[in-house]
Ligand binder design. Structure first.
Ligand code: ADP
Ligand code: MG
Length: 155
């Protein structure tokens, strides 16, 4: 995939850093129609990041993990937000049946954990966040913009 901007290396020493990055991102107007992929092993901190981002955007109440439902829809300040987790996604027919094509063609913020499980169906992400756990428990994160929107998110 073409890289539209330089990959940005980040370090999240603790969840406070995850929170700070989520809060910075929440202030970006380009987020309104962005598609962000979250990559990394189980336990890397993908859902944690999404939770902090949703809170920073003003989502109230319990934020469920979409692992069993594939997607949890949210809304904040009139902004539709779709939190996908494709970990258990295996039937491409579900892509059409559940209306995911329409979701990705429509407005709103889309966040996707385990995008590889829906490879070939998902459009190109605006921003890819790859999270790796270091032996000391800190997170090594690479933020790669893949569109103008992605670039705006990182400036
Ligand atoms: P994933 O969705 O990638 O499987 P989770 O978001 O569920 O992972 O996080 C797994 C665990 O990692 C949680 O207990 C969370 O508190 C912890 N964690 C997340 N981000 C960080 C961080 N930046 N530093 C330390 N621990 C973190
Ligand atoms: Mg998760």
């Amino acid at each position: 995939l073409p890289i539209v901007g330089s990959p940005l290396p980040l370090e999240w020493s603790s969840e406070d850093d995850t929170l700070a990055f989520a809060q910075a991102l929440a202030g970006r107007p380009a987020l309104r129609d962005a598609f962000i992929e979250l990559r990394g092993d189980l336990g890397a901190g993908k859902t944690t990041f999404v939770r902090h981002l949703l809170r920073a955007l003003g989502v109230q109440g319990r934020i469920k993990s979409p692992t069993y439902a594939v997607v949890e829809p949210h809304e904040a300040q009139g902004l539709p937000i779709w939190h996908f987790d494709f970990y258990r996604f295996s039937d491409p027919r579900e892509w059409e049946d559940a209306g995911f094509r329409e979701v990705f063609a429509g407005p709103g913020l889309k966040l996707a954990e385990w995008p590889d499980k829906a490879a070939g169906l998902l459009p190109r992400a605006d921003l890819v966040l790859r999270i790796e756990v270091r032996t000391d428990g800190s997170r090594e994160v690479t933020a790669t913009p893949q569109s103008g929107i992605g670039r705006e998110l990182l400036t």
